[in-house]
Each structure stands twice: as structure tokens, then as C-alpha cells.
Design a protein around this ligand. Structure first.
Ligand code: SF4
Length: 114
């Protein structure tokens, strides 16, 4: 299996599958820097200015978050992701992120991302 990367909170992991046992193995870790996080944030914000997320994709994102162990629901329109490492402010609400084409789920649960 080709190694793949997973970003979880402030850390990035490189994983591969042991060909014998089939278990996933962590082969590398790296802390996500403040600059990288800032670049990701700006890219996501800009993506929302130049394009929009199709309604069906928006519903996929919402359904994934609705059943995710990482979500915190403070109010009907105030859900936060506990896995991305973002501070809890208005622009990091999931209702805002779902509408940004360039935003991603740190656990890869937003399938069919555009
Ligand atoms: S963005 Fe991903 S990790 Fe965060 S709450 Fe939604 S589904 Fe869970």
C-alpha cells in the first residue's frame, strides 16, 4: 500500500499498511506550523469568494459532521470541529466551513470533495 498522509489537529501523520499483518503503521509525524495553518485558512477563505459548494456536497459535509465524534454543537448554527485545531471563532464554525470549497475535513470524512 502506498503511504498516505492524515492531518489531525496540530499534527500530520504519514501512514502505511503492513503487508503481512494488514495493520496501519505510523511511519512519520510532523507538527503543523502556524504559517502552514495560516496559509490553509487563507486558501479556504479565498475559495469561498471565487466559487461555491454545490448543495449536494454541502449536505454530505453536514451529514458527516452531524455524526462525527469530533463535533461540538453549541447552537443550531454554531457547530465546531474539535479535530482541526482551529480556534473557536465565528469564521471557524462548521456552517461557514461547509460553504468553502477549499475547506477540508481533518479526518477525511467529507467524501466526494470538489
Ligand atoms: S470536519 Fe471532519 S473531523 Fe471535523 S467535525 Fe466535521 S466530520 Fe468531524
Amino acid at each position: 500500500m502506498k503511504p498516505f498522509k492524515l492531518k489531525l489537529g496540530d499534527w500530520k501523520y504519514e501512514l502505511t499498511q503492513d503487508p503481512t499483518s494488514g495493520e496501519l503503521c505510523v511511519v512519520g509525524t510532523q507538527r503543523v506550523g502556524v504559517v502552514e495553518k495560516a496559509v490553509e485558512y487563507v486558501k479556504a477563505e479565498v475559495s469561498g469568494v471565487v466559487a461555491s459548494v454545490p448543495l449536494v456536497q454541502l449536505e454530505v459535509r453536514k451529514a458527516a459532521c452531524d455524526t462525527c465524534e469530533g463535533v461540538t454543537k453549541q447552537a443550531e448554527d454554531k457547530w465546531f470541529c474539535g479535530k482541526c485545531g482551529c480556534p473557536r471563532w465565528d469564521r471557524s464554525r462548521l456552517q461557514v466551513k461547509w460553504e468553502m470549497p477549499g475547506a477540508t475535513c481533518p479526518l477525511g470524512k467529507w467524501t466526494g470533495n470538489i
